[in-house]
Design a protein around this ligand. Structure first.
Ligand code: ZN
Ligand code: MN
Length: 486
């Protein structure tokens, strides 16, 4: 009867080396208040200067999200009084955000596309650290560059919201504009939720249903993991649905997710909504964005995860799951495509990357780029399996050695004496020994129980540490039994 309408406001911390309006470094974990200057501390008379790299990253992200870009760059002062805001205002974009009317395609989820209302550039606040009954202030973060992205309320479930965050996370990481680490605050999310009666649509841009609505907009603040976003929104939508089902009204308010209790809770009542007294930031006069500059930024766009995933499925015959895994990180997808270009069978390469290679990388806490495995080495290893006849067990051991020693697979196999045993005269004694050691299995095989053949072949492989050619072993076992020697 009621349909949830969920919108997200996401703050993305840009990966610039310095702050957005001053040259102070952007770093985390330094001595508190050591990365500050008169500008980011808001001293009277200090003047902000826009960081060109922050602008480039914001424009790149706006392009990637299909936004139309404002002709002029304009900043405003949004006033509020809070100890972590040294100037008592935040420099942000209210009147003319950098990007508008964009869209973001959700990974999986039936290809749903969500509208992006606006995207703007702004500065971060400092950090408050509460110790007992005292509050300490660290301004190292004050003035760090943020991009805020506001979606239209087109999401309906917690799962969709989580999917949107994951899709956005992939994109910002592909573009290299943000590390996407929600737990460390590189992506922070607020959500708004309201209910509309089914069949009644609201024009985009409208706030909560007008008149005397059954469901007003509820905001949920500070959701700092994509899982919390899903859990909090699932809880909140069923809470609101239940109120409406009983004929009640949903109060418009701000709520917080209580992780321990698994519920959203109303924040202390702030009374009237804040008046930010927005005024133009006169210290940063508007300036036109040169179309040639914007074109230049657009040329830096890389192929984004969703289209790349579709292309990997189409061009290499991969499953959706395999393509999804490969496109999670850009360097993995790049590695895969270079290996395929060097002649690796795409499905085999994808499956090794997804299983053995991923397992070792996770265990060693390495990224593919940091590891000694190059695409050339992977291709060589797969070639040893395909043409050189080495078995799966030896191939896995060889991969471990590549990671341990940083040497080439063929060299490792040769030096360790791991080449397959393919000569009859070398394998015959092994087969005879196995048959003698397992008379019961030999008898069963003679009686036509084929399972015994697999068992005996397995024993021969074990005897040779995986080096025996399994096809040859099977042929030899039959030969020996036929000759009546087993
Ligand atoms: Zn500074
Ligand atoms: Mn903001």
């Amino acid at each position: 009867m009621f349909r949830p309408r969920i919108g997200l406001e996401i703050h993305i911390r840009l990966l610039t080396s310095s702050k957005v309006f001053c040259p102070c470094p952007v770093r985390y974990g330094d001595e508190p208040n050591s990365l500050v200057c008169p500008v980011c501390l808001g001293y009277p008379g200090s003047l902000p200067v826009l960081n060109g790299e922050a602008l480039r990253m914001a424009c790149l992200l706006a392009h990637a999200l299909n936004c139309s870009i404002a002709p002029d760059l304009r900043f405003d002062r949004k006033h509020y009084f809070y100890p972590d805001m040294p100037k008592n205002y935040q420099i942000t974009q209210v009147s003319a955000p950098l990007g508008r009317d964009g869209s973001l395609e959700l990974e999986t989820g039936g290809g749903k596309t969500v509208s992006i209302r606006q995207l703007h550039l702004e500065e971060d606040a400092g950090k408050m650290i509460h110790r007992g009954n005292r509050t300490l202030l660290d301004y190292n973060r004050a003035g760090s560059p943020l991009v805020e992205i506001v979606t239209a309320p087109e999401l309906e479930t917690g799962e969709e919201a989580e999917l949107l965050l994951r899709s956005l996370r992939r994109i910002v990481r592909y573009l290299g504009v943000c590390d996407g680490n929600m737990e460390e605050g590189s992506m922070r999310c607020d959500a708004n939720v309201s209910m509309s009666p089914r069949g009644v649509e609201h024009s985009p841009g409208a706030e909560a249903p007008s008149g005397d609505p059954p469901g007003r907009k509820v905001e949920i603040k500070n959701l700092n993991s994509s899982r919390f976003v899903r859990l909090a929104l699932d809880y909140e939508t069923s809470r609101q649905r239940e109120i409406l089902r009983r004929g009640g009204r949903v109060a418009g308010e701000t709520r917080l997710w209580n992780e321990a209790a698994g519920v959203t809770e109303a924040m202390r009542d702030k009374g009237e909504s804040s008046d930010y007294r927005n005024v133009p930031e006169t210290d940063l006069p508007p300036f036109p964005l040169d179309p040639e500059y914007l074109e230049g930024v657009k040329r830096q766009l890389v192929e984004l995860p969703s289209p790349r995933k579709r292309r990997l499925v189409r061009d290499y015959g991969l499953s959706g799951d395999a393509a999804d895994f490969l496109t999670e990180e850009k360097d993995v997808a790049d590695f895969f495509e270079r290996a395929a270009a060097l002649g690796a069978d795409p499905r085999t390469a994808a499956s090794w990357l997804r299983s053995e290679v991923r397992r070792i990388l996770n265990r060693e806490n390495l990224s593919l780029g940091e590891s000694p495995l190059t695409e050339k080495r992977l291709v060589e290893l797969l070639g040893l399996v395909r043409e050189g006849g080495i078995g799966g067990g030896i191939a896995r051991k060889t991969l471990e050695e590549v990671f341990r020693t940083g040497r080439d697979p063929a060299e490792i196999v040769r030096e360790r004496g791991w080449e397959p045993i393919t000569r009859r005269d070398a394998l015959l004694p092994v087969v005879e020994k196995i048959l003698a050691a397992h008379p019961k299995a030999a008898r069963e095989l003679r009686e036509g129980k084929d399972r015994a053949l697999d068992f005996l072949t397995g024993m021969a492989l074990k005897e040779t540490a995986g080096r025996a050619d399994p096809g040859l072993v099977k042929a030899l076992i039959s030969d020996v039994l036929k000759e009546g020697r087993g």
